[in-house]
Design a protein around this ligand. Structure first.
Ligand SMILES: Nc1nc2c(ncn2[C@@H]2O[C@H](COP(=O)(O)OP(=O)(O)OP(=O)(O)O)[C@@H](O)[C@H]2O)c(=O)[nH]1
Ligand SMILES: [Mg+2]
Length: 243
């Protein structure tokens, strides 16, 4: 398998599976990059935009459309993961930050989860539900960057004001806040930058694997616990290299 091909040129994007829970997700052999955010914020649209393939992930105007963990393999080397949005879960309870069990299991326990793209609507002032969710990510040490979506729908001034207000609300939670990106699935704004983030993360993962003397892929001979320990070591540092 050759992962040296520039990630910016995606040569293949393949739908793997729709998993109802963590146990049903595919093997842990490839680094994963997951999209999370409020229902309707544009997760599936952004996945399609990065993959360069409309219709790969299903997009809908109906909030709560993506209900399963949808996994896609890119260039046979890494995966994009479209997660169900929060804020629309039936039977939502206070503490579960209004997102479902499968999503929290995935975010907390998926050893090959490399980075989460936390999507927030650039057209809205800071929303309690997004702040709550970001706090959950921080508490659970999930590596993430921010992506403010739908920049085509608002003026640059409004988007920047909303982003600044959001950054202000969360600044106390971080020594060094995660990087902030913007995107539009309509104009493709942000595509190169976000693929660049994945490219850097993949390089960091591959370098770390070489330095540690472990293969980039999990060894099938290791026990599950040993594989999880190995994989957790491969989770990139929260502050490098994209912050
Ligand atoms: N103008 C504009 N519309 C967008 C953009 N991204 C998504 N949309 C629209 O927003 C709606 C929701 O998009 P999705 O990509 O399905 O959102 P989602 O976050 O996957 O939603 P759920 O699966 O329900 O959680 C659709 O009508 C999209 O066409 C964008 O960048 N600009
Ligand atoms: Mg969706």
């Amino acid at each position: 398998m050759d992962c040296a091909v520039s990630l910016v040129n995606i040569s293949s994007a393949i739908f793997d599976c729709s998993a109802p829970d963590l146990d049903s997700c595919p093997d842990e052999s490839l680094p994963e990059f997951a999209f999370i955010g409020r229902s309707n914020v544009g997760k599936s649209s952004l996945l399609n935009m990065l993959a360069g393939e409309q219709g790969l992930a299903r997009v809908s105007t109906t909030p709560g459309f993506t209900k399963l963990i949808n996994v896609f393999t890119m260039n046979n080397c890494w995966r994009l993961v479209d997660l169900p949005g929060y804020g629309f879960a039936q039977g939502a309870r206070k503490d579960r930050a209004r997102f479902n069990q499968a999503v929290s299991d995935y975010l907390e326990n998926r050893p090959n989860l490399s980075l989460v793209f936390a999507l927030i609507d650039s057209g809205l002032a800071p929303q309690a539900i997004d702040l709550e969710f970001v706090e959950w990510l921080v508490r659970h040490a999930v590596p993430f960057v921010f992506v403010f979506t739908k920049t085509d729908k608002v003026s640059a001034v409004t988007a920047q004001a909303n982003i600044a207000a959001f950054a202000d609300r969360i600044s106390a939670w971080f020594e060094k806040p995660p990087a902030v990106f913007t995107c539009s699935a309509v104009t493709q704004q942000g595509r190169q930058e976000l693929l660049g983030v994945i490219d850097e993360a993949m390089t960091a993962i591959n370098t770390a694997s070489i330095l540690a003397g472990v293969p980039a892929e999990s060894s099938p001979n290791l026990s599950l616990q040993a594989r999880i320990r190995e994989n957790l070591k491969r989770r990139p540092d929260l502050h490098r290299p994209w912050c």
